[in-house]
Design a protein around this ligand. Structure first.
Ligand code: NDP
Length: 299
């Protein structure tokens, strides 16, 4: 049995579905899904993410818009752009690339986005819908939604009764992934930096989701034999074996150890990462379907 969950391949499957559903929406209704990405500043990593979001959007046949603002853009100017995008009928999804410069109140900016266009799923309305189980109309943050697709395409749609442990409780990953697992009828434990005996807690997991940001925190003997592991962590560590000053990416789980016990495990890179952009496209597609008065397609 293939143990490695191929996030790249599954993300491509999602992209194929999104492209075909986008083409169907355009031919049936004339509505072209529109995604606007707003970025402030010159951070090279953020520039790369934003460029690939635009490229993926165009591949899906979407109308794609990018607003690149200088580092010294003030909050009022940013809010004015969001207001324009909220009122632009050609735009169905708005994404503000985080983090924002420190002179801008990130919370205020996120809450200014029309919840019906909040494809990142960070607006309180969408957070509330997710925790209330209103999944039919919520926007779910992309990384947690992508993690669930990896689980369901590996284990099947019915995760009922499985013990799920989520390590990490951030608003971006840990909490929403825990809400999704609960909605999928798992028995969910959320662990964090104050959790006692984390190794023992992890050993109870049929499904273990690691979203911590600590390289190889989770060891092989913390894994229940036969567990499924979703490693969200992305950590850059020195890799002197590749040459002086070189680095490589690793997850929060010690992959080489964990693979000895897990039934299924996502690699880093190539696991959860590719799903995040695919789910951004899926969320934009859902926003466009809903704007046309149609139910969002289920992936
Ligand atoms: P945060 O830093 O916001 O949250 C980290 C969480 O881990 C916190 O809840 C913290 O606990 C917990 N934690 C920290 N140290 C420990 C420890 N020693 N034991 C147990 N729990 C601990 O991170 P994010 O959720 O934003 O991101 C997590 C990881 O996922 C990062 O590596 C990030 O790069 C990656 N990521 C990957 C994405 C992708 O697309 N693949 C997208 C988003 C994130 P406490 O709350 O008590 O402080």
């Amino acid at each position: 049995m293939e143990q490695r969950i191929d996030g790249k391949a599954i993300a491509e499957e999602v992209m194929v579905e999104v492209k075909s559903l986008s083409a169907r929406l355009i031919s049936d209704t004339g509505v072209v899904p529109g995604l606007a990405v707003v970025i402030i500043g010159e951070d090279p990593a953020s520039q790369v993410y934003v460029a690939s979001k635009g490229k993926r959007a165009r591949e899906c046949g979407f109308h794609s818009v990018q607003h690149t603002l200088s580092d010294d853009t003030n909050q009022q100017a940013l809010l004015a752009i969001i207001d324009d995008l909220n009122n632009d009928p050609a735009i169905h999804g708005i994404l503000v690339q985080l983090p924002l410069p420190s002179h801008i109140d990130e919370g205020k900016v996120i809450q200014a986005i029309n919840p019906d266009k909040d494809v990142d799923g960070f607006h309180y309305i969408n957070v509330g819908k997710l925790t209330s189980g209103e999944l039919g109309t919520a926007f779910v943050p992309c990384t947690p939604a992508g993690s669930m697709i990896l689980l369901q395409r590996t284990l099947g749609r019915d995760l009922s009764g499985l013990n799920a442990v989520v390590v990490g409780r951030s608003n971006i990953v840990g909490k929403p992934v825990a809400s999704l697992l609960l909605a999928a009828n798992c028995t969910v434990t959320i662990a964090h930096s104050r959790t006692k005996n984390l190794d023992e807690v992890c050993r109870t997991a049929d499904i273990l989701v690691a979203a911590v940001g600590r390289p190889k925190l989770i060891k092989g003997d913390w894994i229940k034999p036969g567990a499924t592991i979703i490693d969200v962590g992305v950590n850059r560590i020195p890799a002197p074996e590749r040459g002086e000053g070189k680095t490589r990416l690793v997850g929060d789980v010690d992959y080489d150890e964990a693979v000895e016990r897990a039934a299924h495990i996502t690699p880093v890179p190539g696991g959860v990462g590719p799903m995040t952009i695919a789910l951004l496209m899926a969320n934009t597609l859902s926003a466009a379907y809903r704007s046309a008065g149609l139910e969002a397609p289920k992936l």
